[in-house]
Design a protein around this ligand. Structure first.
Ligand SMILES: NC(=O)c1ccc[n+]([C@@H]2O[C@H](COP(=O)([O-])OP(=O)(O)OC[C@H]3O[C@@H](n4cnc5c(N)ncnc54)[C@H](OP(=O)(O)O)[C@@H]3O)[C@@H](O)[C@H]2O)c1
Length: 304
């Protein structure tokens, strides 16, 4: 029995369908006032996220809880861990789905990660309390790096404006990074729950692909070959993006987070976003995909 919080979200939806496809009995925890729409046939329990007592009641009898709430709910993440520990949940998948304990992240980004770190630390403490106990509390974090097919379709700032067929290549376009597709994110949760011993009390680091902008551009050009509109290519630098982001940050403007994330992805020679090797992905059954496959998925998501 698996409970998921955030089941209708960008990542929660593919995780929920991967879990049900894999045969897990899934129940959904949501807010009383939530307008989220969930798959038919799954039990839905409505609880205030700030109410630790009510959450513990909702988690009773669950073997595992998957926390995949969005940034708007991250302040409640620590209480969710406490509720799971109180309810006797054996595995808690903490809300990472990002860069894990990345000490190399830019200083401006650190405060954003603080509430989620508090929740992680709470999970570490309960796991230490229960060390050696059969059926004690354990946790896993899933570090995915760039959610690549979703991010390519959603954020032209990553360098590929799909609708306009306009690419911005940063520096030489050769900086490699790892990314995980939505399918891979769903499978990573399934894989963790299928391998509880190997994944207890640690961050697993997963990927569907390691690639760079030039390989993605070649895949976009191949996939859209023969279409009337061809890709225009503009050159920029990661350093310029960093300066633009820091300028927006200093002026209190929006958009700086994405600029800084793009800098971290493409900063030449730094490998800041090569997050995962092959090992955990192999263990968890995450399919390794080509740039062509990832780009096909991004084009389908962007529906152009
Ligand atoms: N690696 C990356 O680049 C990357 C990118 C995006 C996200 N992430 C991370 O992945 C995780 C999930 O993100 P996501 O984009 O899938 O989340 P999301 O779609 O924004 O939200 C997921 C769910 O959280 C609940 N929620 C959202 N806003 C809320 C609010 N203001 N108050 C209370 N509840 C709220 C909703 O669930 P209910 O309606 O059921 O309550 C929603 O369906 C987060 O930790 C996020 O930081 C990482």
């Amino acid at each position: 029995m698996i409970a998921i919080i955030g089941a209708a979200g960008n990542f929660g939806a593919p995780i929920t369908s991967a879990l049900t496809d894999a045969g897990f009995a899934v129940s959904i925890i949501t807010r009383p006032g939530s307008a989220s729409v969930f798959p038919d046939g799954l039990p839905v329990v409505r609880v205030e996220y700030a109410d630790v007592h009510a959450l513990a009641t909702a988690f009773a009898g669950q073997d595992a809880v998957v926390c995949v709430v969005g940034p708007g709910a991250i302040g409640a993440a620590k209480g969710m861990v406490e509720a799971a520990a109180r309810a006797g949940v054996k595995r808690y998948i903490v809300n990472d789905f990002g860069w894990g304990l990345n000490e190399r992240s830019l200083p401006e980004l650190k405060p954003i990660g603080e509430p989620r770190k508090l929740a992680w630390e709470c999970a570490f403490e309960y796991a230490t309390r229960d060390e050696g106990k059969e059926d004690g509390f354990t946790w896993t974090g899933i570090t995915i790096g760039n959610p690549i097919d979703w991010a390519l379709a959603k954020f032209p700032r990553m360098g590929f404006n799909i609708a306009e067929r306009h690419a911005t290549i940063f520096d030489a376009g050769t900086e490699e990074f790892t990314g995980t597709t939505l399918e891979g994110i769903g499978q990573s949760v399934v894989g963790v729950l299928q391998h509880p011993a190997e994944t207890a009390n640690r961050f697993v680091k997963v990927r569907s692909i390691q690639t760079c902008q030039n390989k993605l551009l070649a895949a976009f050009q191949k996939a859209t070959k023969g279409q009337q509109r061809q890709w225009e290519i503009e050159r920029s630098t990661a350093q310029r993006t960093l300066e633009e982001g820091r300028g927006k940050h200093a002026q209190g403007l929006g958009g700086w987070i994405l600029d800084l994330l793009v800098y971290q992805l493409y900063a030449p020679g730094e490998a800041r976003c090569v997050i995962a090797g092959a090992e955990d992905s192999l263990l968890l059954g995450i399919k390794q995909e080509s740039a062509d496959e990832v780009v096909e998925k991004a084009l389908r998501r962007a529906r152009v």
